[in-house]
Ligand binder design. Structure first.
Ligand code: PBG
Length: 329
């Protein structure tokens, strides 16, 4: 056998050749920035476990929207920290709560920016669960699926009325997409799309978020409603249900430990697919970079391109601004 005729290195010789044959490219418009608006703040408050990420005062919303638009981001997704919490998450239905007020300000300041809202009660309940509770016969408590979806449907309508372009339920209750679709339609929001967190695992990688959104459960865990990390077939079942219920777009979450799931969902559905590069994935890179172990920018871009290569059309990520800056450079 002669020396190899095929030499893949030929196409790796220069930056220009590498760029010419690159299969997966990121653009700022692939990136969706999660934001935390806190009703009780006057100034941004740093989140200790997430370097560079802040809880923002609601009055900062307009300027944040203008910057996100200028940077060419695909959109933003809003989480709210209310002044009061109770067992039912009532403050999540307040049209003057942090999310509706921020949505209105953002849409006024940057009408073309895609503003999405996270629809879930965990930021508003005093027990931190993603639903309201009921007591079983044996005295233990569980999240009440059907009572919760009625509240989620109402919350989605509150967000749509404030001007949200997209509502994104993240609770993992069964049947919530259908309930939200019906509530939106009967309030004349038949054109408001639902981005369903269809495939959300019970993950340790949400750790820093629970400080960011102040929503760590006060008892138990979320394994009774979020998916088991060992399951991939079940992801296909979840997306089939959500599609049938009227979901317009899908999320797989977290991203990095679930790249295979992103690929399988991509092959099983024609809906736009997003992946959530979650708080723990973000903070790990920062911690490793701070310890001198990795180059933050390079690791970040490699992570983001891997998620897109796996099949995601876009990525929810706290790296959005830095990544967009590098992509523009
Ligand atoms: C729940 C919700 C969570 C995240 C987004 N929405 C936390 C959870 O389910 O415990 C996590 C996002 C992240 O870790 O970045 N409303």
């Amino acid at each position: 056998m002669a020396f190899p005729i095929q030499r893949p290195r030929r196409l790796r010789q220069t930056a220009a050749l590498r760029s010419l044959v690159r299969e997966t490219r990121l653009s700022p418009s692939d990136l969706i920035l999660p934001l935390f608006f806190h009703a009780g703040l006057d100034e941004p408050r740093p989140i200790g476990t997430m370097p560079g990420v802040m809880q923002e005062p609601v009055k900062a919303a307009a300027e944040i929207a203008r910057v996100a638009k200028r940077c060419g981001l695909g959109g933003v997704i809003l989480f709210g920290l209310p002044k009061t919490k109770d067992p039912m998450g009532k403050s999540g239905l307040d049209p003057n709560g942090p999310v509706p007020v921020a949505v209105r300000a953002m849409k006024d300041a940057a009408p073309e920016l895609v503003v999405m809202t996270d629809v879930c009660v965990d930021e508003y309940t005093d027990h931190g669960h993603c639903g309201v509770l009921r007591t079983r016969a044996d005295g233990t408590r569980e999240v009440d699926n059907d009572a919760t979806i009625a509240i989620l449907a109402e919350m989605a309508v509150v967000h749509a009325k404030a001007g949200a372009d997209v509502v994104a339920p993240s609770d993992m209750m069964d049947g919530r997409v259908a309930a939200i679709r019906e509530a939106l339609d009967s309030s004349s929001f038949e054109n408001t799309p639902i981005l369903s967190y269809a495939v959300k695992y019970a993950s340790a990688f949400y750790g820093p978020f629970r400080e960011a959104a102040d929503c760590a459960p006060t008892f138990g865990d979320r394994a009774g409603y979020q998916m088991d990390p060992g399951n991939a077939r079940e992801a296909l079942r979840e997306i089939a249900l959500d599609e049938a219920e009227g979901a317009d777009m899908l999320i797989v979450k977290p991203a990095l430990s679930y790249l295979d799931v992103i690929r399988r969902v991509r092959e099983a559905s024609t809906l736009p697919l997003f992946a959530y590069n979650v708080s723990g994935e973000y903070s790990m890179l920062h911690a490793a970079a701070k310890a001198g172990m990795i180059d933050l920018d390079r690791a970040m871009m490699e992570v983001l391109v891997s998620i897109k290569r796996a099949g995601a059309d876009g990525i929810l990520t706290y790296h959005a601004h830095r990544a967009a800056e590098l992509l523009r450079a």
